[in-house]
Write a protein that binds this ligand. Structure first.
Ligand SMILES: [Zn+2]
Length: 479
């Protein structure tokens, strides 16, 4: 009899603010340890927190983009626990009255078709600091730069049934949050962290099995691997007649293994209570309307529209909408060229390769859409060859030069299509290769490519190879 996994996720997302949630300290990744701290985030006596409105605005955007119900009033709560990375002795979060509840996200299921995951809640909270185990030999150091960084925690219903879908869902979530510019979702820098709850049951059963929690997963592939491993383990325990024990497991990505957390670390007596230093968080109907009006087109809608309007394949539309900046870039080039398929070919091919090489997003690339469109036009009208144009892209990206025609001329890349000049090169080549011409006429058709190559060489690469080929066929037929 087959087994079914039941998976729910808790995703911590760092909001893209310049400052912390309750104080004026800058949020900077990789800064010198304990550089960005103050009495508020250090929890010194008498220091009072004040909410960063920018963080609230971003949390609202996330909630609206995910179709959640935003509550007009939500409450800040203290989650009390002792740990060296938590200087106040409590974390400010939201508990029984979160910012938003409900909502759902549709995604492309790993097995094909659409999947949907309902969301339970989205709340705001502050991040803790970070323990550094590699700075001081034999000791652990504490860096509090990250303490107080604004986060939202997104909690899903246990709607996922397959580890591959958990990964697919996270990809869709990341894309949505990047589109609405709520977070950069950079997993290496810890801007997106995932915990998972997982249990198994016999297929067709409604009752939930005992679940375990997986923590500390910091890559999408890690989530899929950790879940696969844990599902297989639970199935093994149950098939052997045993019982799954509710516990928290830590994922070790390097060793690809799960180990149980010490029970001390998972004591859940947090003694939540409303933070007396912070007033109720109020979101007015007007603020909500403004936030809703400011939302951009979301990824799936954009993908569908781009596919429809520009007549693209589903695959191209998906590639071009992976990042919002790339979709913007594509639409600008397609508009300028009046040809979606042509723009798609250039943007998803050579331009994407260029962005990968430079490690830049489309909106950071000094080569702007009108310049690419101008270059593609020169290729289409035969002024410059496809290959030469592609070779020119890195230079245009480097210099930010916009007068493409001038660059093509200065580099001597203008293709020669003048019949007189082409014929002179062709005659020269045919005269010098009488033997090959004789063999060609006796049936060695493949020599045509050799002649084209010789003409291109004679022209220093400037001849239009397509026209050379046509003229060579004519001329060889005449001789
Ligand atoms: Zn501070």
């Amino acid at each position: 009899m087959s087994w079914e996994a039941v998976i729910g996720l808790e995703i911590h997302v760092q909001l893209r603010t310049s400052r912390k949630l309750f104080c004026g300290d800058l949020v900077v990744f990789g800064a010198e340890p304990n550089r960005h701290v103050c009495p508020v985030c250090l929890g010194l006596p008498g220091a009072l927190p004040a909410v960063n409105p920018e963080a609230v605005r971003l949390a609202l955007r996330a909630a609206l983009a995910l179709g959640c119900t935003v509550h007009p009033e939500s409450v800040w709560a203290r989650k009390n626990y002792f740990y060296p990375d938590l200087p106040k002795g409590y974390q400010i979060t939201q508990f029984d009255r979160p910012l938003a509840t409900g909502g759902a996200l549709v995604f492309d299921a790993a097995s094909g078709g659409e999947g949907q995951v309902r969301l339970r809640r989205i709340h705001m909270e502050e991040d803790a600091g970070k323990l550094l185990h590699d700075r001081i030999p034999g000791a652990t150091a504490v860096d509090l730069n990250r303490a107080g960084t604004p986060l939202v925690e997104i909690v899903t219903e246990p709607d996922l049934r397959d580890p591959a879908d958990a990964r697919a869902f996270l990809g869709a979530l990341k894309r949505t949050l990047e589109y609405v510019e709520v977070s950069d979702c950079n997993m290496e820098e810890g801007s997106l962290r995932v915990d998972a709850n997982v249990s198994v049951r016999r297929a067709g059963e409604d009752r939930l099995g005992t679940k375990t929690e997986i923590k500390n997963v910091n890559s999408f592939s890690g989530i899929e691997r950790a879940l696969r491993m844990e599902v297989a383990r639970q199935v093994g325990v149950l098939e052997d007649g045993g019982q799954v024990v509710q516990e928290t497991l830590v994922w070790d990505d390097h060793r690809s293994e799960l180990r149980a957390m010490r029970s001390k670390e998972e004591s859940h007596d947090y003694r939540y209570f409303p933070d007396p230093d912070l007033p109720v968080l109020r979101v007015s109907p007007r603020t909500l309307d403004e936030a809703r009006a400011a939302l951009p087109e979301l990824p799936r809608a954009r993908r569908a529209r781009i596919q429809e309007v520009f007549g693209l394949s589903a695959y191209d539309a998906d590639v071009l909408t992976q990042a919002r900046a790339t979709a913007d870039y594509f639409e600008a080039v397609a508009g300028a060229l009046g040809d979606g398929a042509l723009a798609a070919r250039w943007v998803s091919g050579p331009l994407q390769a260029l962005m990968n090489r430079r490690g830049e997003a489309a909106d950071a690339l000094p080569l702007r859409p009108p310049t690419l469109a101008a270059l593609v036009r020169l290729v289409e009208e035969g002024t410059v060859s496809d290959a030469a144009a592609k070779k020119l892209l890195p230079e245009l990206a480097e210099t930010g030069e916009t007068d493409v025609r001038a660059v093509v001329e200065a580099r001597g890349l203008v293709q020669v299509r003048d019949e007189g000049r082409l014929e002179a090169w062709i005659d020269g080549v045919l005269d010098a290769h009488g033997e090959e011409v004789r063999r060609y006429r006796e049936g060695e058709g493949r020599l045509l490519g050799y002649f084209v190559g010789q003409v291109m060489k004679a022209s220093g690469g400037a001849a239009d190879p397509r026209r050379v080929r046509e003229l060579l066929l004519q001329r060889l037929a005449e001789r």
